[in-house]
Design a protein around this ligand. Structure first.
Ligand code: ATP
Ligand code: MG
Length: 335
């Protein structure tokens, strides 16, 4: 049983607020980087339109969900309405077009779970991955971006958590640790559960945005400009929240029985989702429900070895936040 008695936060926690906020500021991409990305998308869209006039390019992932650090690669989705679309052929055709127009490192990855074409724009130095008709990714990007506009502490917390995860080598899905998307959902859920709450549950409110994707209905309240004061009743500082976040994942989360769910703003039971045992390659050792694809556990790639690594890292981070004289340095030390 991993749960321990409540421990109180160190008394000097708020002294750490300024240095943590400085780290956050240093990670935020400058405005000119965003402008370069938009410029690249516009010129790629022109190339694509020469072949498919109605097609559109959307940014998704960290360059559009407001949780992207400076100099990340960008994720792009091509939205195209064509009957009987063959994604593999389409990806190959795209690669041909880009290659013929001076883009570099062009590569069609047609056998991946999500087929993509990769490229690098020599003018801006930006690399991007382009997928086809991945509408849910564009919608979950919007959900994350909308949450970020409600309370600034979400973006600060998520940047620090992602920075920690990258520094400590636990943000590598191909090795069995968690995706950035999963970490951001963990942060949203955590802030929904503070008392008083810092974030609402947008999917439980009267929907103002409704889109159907295949058999999944995506519906949530998206007039977030009306929710700017939502978290005002809670004045927990970012240093305190970071401490509490790691304390939660190191000592309080019930890994055996609980699923975190941003969709409901609550914890649901593994039993209710039938996520109690290994099915195929899905082991459900840490359970994070996707807000729209609710049968999808973002923790399913975590195995019996990497769950240990994750728990050790949560423990270490919680201890650093509790006892270390200089957590702003020690927390992010390379592993
Ligand atoms: P990074 O800064 O590390 O690139 P990111 O926000 O781009 O972070 P990724 O994990 O690379 O995060 O994912 C990119 C986007 O792809 C996510 O924002 C999300 O829209 C979508 N995505 C990623 N993983 C999943 C998943 N397992 N299920 C559904 N959508 C996902
Ligand atoms: Mg990305």
């Amino acid at each position: 049983q991993r749960m321990r008695n409540y421990r109180e936060c160190r008394s000097d926690i708020d002294k750490l607020n300024t240095p943590f906020l400085e780290i956050y500021e240093s990670l935020v991409p400058p405005e000119e980087e965003k402008a370069k990305q938009r410029h690249l998308i516009a010129s790629l869209e022109k190339l694509v339109n020469s072949e498919w006039p109605g097609a559109q390019l959307y940014l998704y992932g960290s360059c559009a969900n407001s949780f992207g650090v400076s100099k990340s690669d960008i994720d792009v989705c091509l939205a195209i309405e064509e009957p009987d679309i063959n994604k593999k052929e389409l990806i190959e055709k795209l690669a041909e077009i880009f290659e013929a127009n001076n883009l570099e490192n062009v590569k069609a990855l047609t056998r991946a779970r999500v087929p993509i074409v990769k490229l690098m724009d020599p003018e801006s130095g930006i690399s991007c991955d382009i997928c086809v008709n991945n509408v849910l990714a564009v919608i979950n990007t919007k959900l994350l971006r909308d949450y970020a506009q409600i309370d600034g502490r979400l973006r600060q917390l998520a940047f620090l958590v992602k920075h920690w995860a990258k520094s400590r080598g636990v943000n590598e899905t191909y090795r069995g640790t968690l995706s950035s998307y999963a970490y951001v959902l963990m942060c949203i859920h955590f802030l929904q559960r503070r008392r008083p709450a810092i974030l609402p549950c947008l999917q439980e409110m009267e929907p103002t945005y409704i889109v159907n994707v295949d058999d999944i209905q995506c519906a949530f309240f998206d007039k977030v400009e009306n929710l700017r004061d939502f978290g005002a009743g809670n004045n927990e500082s970012i240093a305190y929240l970071l401490w509490a976040f790691f304390d939660y994942w190191a000592h309080r989360h019930d890994y055996a029985n609980s699923v975190i769910s941003v969709r409901t703003g609550s914890i649901i039971s593994k039993r209710a989702k039938d996520w109690t045992r290994r099915i195929g390659n899905d082991r459900h050792l840490i359970c994070i429900e996707d807000p729209f694809e609710t049968s999808h556990d973002l923790g399913r790639i975590v195995d019996k070895f990497t769950i240990k690594t994750l728990l050790e890292e949560f423990d270490r981070a919680a201890d650093v936040m509790q006892y270390d004289p200089d957590p702003c340095v020690t927390l992010f030390e390379p592993y």
